[in-house]
Each structure stands twice: as structure tokens, then as C-alpha cells.
Design a protein around this ligand. Structure first.
Ligand code: SF4
Length: 190
């Protein structure tokens, strides 16, 4: 196992045995728990919704079509994927890729919170409505609020669309790329 992943698993095991987690019903249908990937000293954390089919099989986040979109977005904005930490609101795949339920998000939240405490990022990118609403604890209108920077607890949060949205709405590519360029600019501000 990658040393950073191993260390993160150790930290999350203080909450529950993450790789065999039984805390919600998604445990019944998942193949692998997808903890996250990236360095534990990342300055940027990207948070998506939930693992999809490829992620569930491989145990890694953003490895399917959405992952390829994300790689392209990061490259365009001059951010290296190896420098960011990537995870999801829930660590197990919902059946048929349905959105995670509120009770599942709540059950998984202590893991996400612990990840953020351990990494202590400067910037958190909330990719999609599920991630934005879970982290900001309110309703979010992506059309109006994407590209917005929200400062909370010393962290800058950027709301954008989920890279999977580009698969069926290619016009969103430029919009999300614009949001990621703002993330890159925020990083330069320090
Ligand atoms: S989604 Fe989170 S809380 Fe639910 S079983 Fe998976 S790791 Fe546990």
C-alpha cells in the first residue's frame, strides 16, 4: 500500500476499521472502500460525491471517465494531480451510482472530517452539489455559486461542478476549467 494511504488508513482506523467499515448500508454492496489518494501535506483537497464502478473495483478515487476529465482540468490549470489530495463525501459506491443518502453522508462524515484535520489544506474544492452541500451545511445552487470562494475556519472553499457532469454536458468543460484556474490563482496567493 502507498505509504500516505497506509498512514491515512491508520488515522481513520481510530474512528472505525475503515477498510471493513460497517457504519452504513453501502457496506453491503461495495467491493472496496475508496479512502482517497494524495500526499498528506497537500495544500489542496478535492472532494467529490462517491466512488463509481471503476473506483469501487480498484479502491482508488477518480480512475474512470470522470477521473480522466479531472486529470485534464488539473493539467489545464497547471496543478499536478500528485500534489492534491482527492477523496469523496462517502467512501463506498452507492448501488447504480445513485446519489448518497443523507444518513450515509452523515455516517461517513467523521472520516472526511478526520482526513481534513490531518491534511489541514489551504483550499478545498467542492466538486458537485453533494460535496458542496455536505461541507457547507446548506443548499447550494451550482449554476449561481460555482467559481465562488467561501472562507470558513481559515480555509478557502471553491464550489464547482463534478467532473462527471462533463461527460453528458461537454459545454461545462470550459466552465469547470475556469473554476480550476481560479483555484490555481488562489494557490499562488498563498
Ligand atoms: S460509506 Fe463510509 S460510513 Fe458507509 S460503509 Fe462506507 S466507509 Fe463506512
Amino acid at each position: 500500500m502507498d505509504p500516505d494511504l497506509e498512514r491515512m488508513v491508520e488515522l481513520l482506523n481510530e474512528i472505525d476499521d475503515i477498510l471493513c467499515c460497517p457504519r452504513c448500508d453501502l457496506a453491503l454492496s461495495r467491493t472496496k472502500v475508496v479512502v482517497g489518494s494524495g500526499p498528506l501535506d497537500a495544500r489542496i483537497v478535492l472532494i467529490g460525491e462517491a466512488p463509481g464502478r471503476n473506483e469501487d473495483e480498484k479502491g482508488e478515487p477518480f480512475v474512470g471517465a470522470a477521473g480522466r476529465n479531472l486529470d485534464a482540468l488539473l493539467e489545464k490549470s497547471g496543478i499536478q494531480r500528485r500534489d492534491v489530495y482527492i477523496t469523496n463525501v462517502v467512501k463506498c459506491r452507492p448501488p447504480g451510482n445513485r446519489p448518497p443518502r443523507a444518513c450515509e453522508i452523515e455516517a461517513c462524515h467523521p472520516y472526511l472530517q478526520r482526513q481534513l484535520e490531518a491534511i489541514s489544506p489551504k483550499i478545498i474544492v467542492l466538486m458537485g452539489r453533494t460535496a458542496a452541500e455536505a461541507m457547507l451545511e446548506r443548499k447550494v445552487n451550482l449554476g449561481k455559486e460555482h467559481g465562488t470562494v467561501i472562507e470558513k475556519g481559515g480555509i478557502k472553499y471553491m464550489i464547482t461542478y463534478h467532473p462527471a457532469a462533463m461527460i453528458y454536458n461537454q459545454w461545462l468543460g470550459d466552465t469547470i476549467a475556469g473554476d480550476f484556474k481560479k483555484v490555481s490563482a488562489l494557490l499562488l496567493e498563498g
